[in-house]
Design a protein around this ligand. Structure first.
Ligand code: NI
Length: 137
């Protein structure tokens, strides 16, 4: 049998955010989100790993062309999020708390629509050196 192969493309973007739930009191937001609830926002240097899993195309030898994957990531993620305030500058997080978990899900959806149906996609997003999320888990 043959196994599938994955290709991983790494990218970085800098963005500001604030974790805040409108339905909660100031105290509860502060209890749950702590410094991440700072009303004046704060930033992270996000590192994104986009993993595409599939069969190797016998004609090209690729699972997916890395330069096409790079273009998709630039268009769907970097151009939209880099040097932006995620809460204020993007429509994606107007009603969605921009935690790393939710950012990874949004990125998944944006990239997924650009990929062939027979390819699997996994998103890994590092918010700090020590904290990362994966979607789907
Ligand atoms: Ni934060």
């Amino acid at each position: 049998m043959t196994f599938k192969t994955s290709i991983i493309r790494r990218a970085q973007f800098n963005a500001a955010h604030r974790l805040h739930n409108d339905q909660w009191s100031i105290e509860k937001n502060n209890d749950i989100f702590g410094k991440c609830n700072n009303p004046n926002f704060h930033g992270h240097n996000y590192i994104l790993e986009v993993k595409v899993i599939g069969e190797i195309n016998p004609d090209t030898g690729y699972v997916v062309d890395a330069k096409i994957l790079k273009q998709i990531i630039n268009k769907e993620v970097i151009d939209q999020f880099d040097h932006k305030n995620l809460n204020l500058d993007t429509s994606d997080f107007r009603h969605l708390i921009p935690t790393a978990e939710n950012i990874a899900r949004v990125i998944y959806d944006k990239i997924r629509i650009n990929l062939s149906i027979d390819l699997e996609l996994k998103i890994k997003l590092y918010e700090t050196e020590n904290n990362s999320v994966e979607y789907p888990a």
